[in-house]
Design a protein around this ligand. Structure first.
Ligand code: GDP
Length: 296
């Protein structure tokens, strides 16, 4: 997904490596190219501004790092700043099931990959040795609940649904109550989505959150939707308070700007990425590895 950025950054880095000295003009040219690359890759415009300003300030304010040429120093600062906007050095973490079950609530619009991700997350946690259950609170689309249970069955994870119950809050109470009896470490709660944000959905999610007190509320974002997904995420964040993002469809040809925008715009980390349609296609999100991929 980061092909465009990788290509553009590699040409900037080449120029910096070849430059005999880095004066303000060389630096400005490099930063201009970086700015264009980031905007073309659909990175949020405020994030781009801050990225460029921070690098410039650091380069101008910094003595050369011992042992590195001027060009290498600038490259190192670009690398550090890229890790920074991707979320920093810390590896991603998921809330521990200190008071089991820890409920992980997945929210997002329809079609972003929420149900698939619920299955992927269940597989991931099961592979770490946890007892995991999945549950659906979708009263509108019985097919979604069925899809969740089919996925769960394929990895031998219990699935809690109730197709007869048409009240989302009552359904939530019931499926969580049933699941709690089973001694799980984690319960992954797949919530209803809509094609667009609507107040009824937000209200439903607020009430569910209040009821189940989740350890995590993760927003599932489709990387192909670019900045649109960030705008939507802001609405969800305002309504229910998110603790992180799972970015799906990284294997597609999205330009990648969303990955560089989430942390700064929303102030929450990307925790996982979806890299394909299969149930094993889920990875933890490591900012340093992504920075390396972008900068080579
Ligand atoms: P939901 O409506 O949000 O629950 O979305 P679904 O889980 O039904 O997924 C919608 C479509 O996206 C399905 O065709 C999934 O196979 C696909 N999908 C989900 N995650 C990924 C991913 O990481 N990569 C790719 N290529 N497709 C994905």
């Amino acid at each position: 997904m980061f092909e465009l950025l990788t290509e553009k950054f590699s040409s900037v880095i080449d120029k910096l490596r070849k430059a005999k000295k880095i004066d303000e003009k060389t630096l400005d040219e490099a930063l201009k190219d970086i700015r264009t690359a980031l905007l073309e890759a659909d990175v949020n415009v405020d994030v781009v501004k801050k990225f460029i300003a921070d690098i410039k300030q650091k380069v101008l304010g910094q003595e050369l790092i011992k042992g590195l040429s001027a060009g290498e120093t600038v490259i190192k600062l670009i690398y550090d700043e890229t890790i920074n906007i991707l979320g920093g050095e810390e590896p991603p973490t998921l809330a521990k099931p200190d008071k089991p079950p820890a409920i992980i609530m997945l929210v997002g619009l329809q079609g972003t990959g929420k149900t698939t991700t619920a299955g992927k997350l269940a597989k991931y946690l099961k592979s770490k040795g946890y007892r995991v259950g999945v549950a659906s609170t979708d009263v509108r689309r019985p097919a979604a609940a069925k899809q969740l249970c089919t996925l769960a069955q394929s990895i031998d994870v219990p699935c809690f649904v109730d197709e007869q119950e048409k009240d989302a809050l009552k359904l939530t109470e019931k499926v969580i109550e049933d699941a709690k009896k089973q001694g799980f470490s984690y319960i992954i709660l797949d919530t209803a989505g809509r094609l667009h944000i609507d107040q009824e959905l937000m209200e439903e999610l607020k009430q569910i959150k209040e009821k189940v007190k989740p350890a995590e509320v993760l927003y599932v974002a489709d990387a192909m939707q670019g900045q649109e997904a960030i705008t939507t995420a802001e609405e969800f964040h305002k309504a229910v308070g998110l603790t992180g993002v799972i970015l799906t469809k990284l294997d597609g040809d999205a330009k990648g700007g969303i990955a560089l925008s989430v942390r700064q715009v929303l102030g929450i980390p990307i925790k996982f990425v979806g890299t394909g349609e299969k149930i094993e296609d889920l990875d933890l999100f490591y900012p340093d590895r992504i920075a390396q991929r972008i900068l080579g």
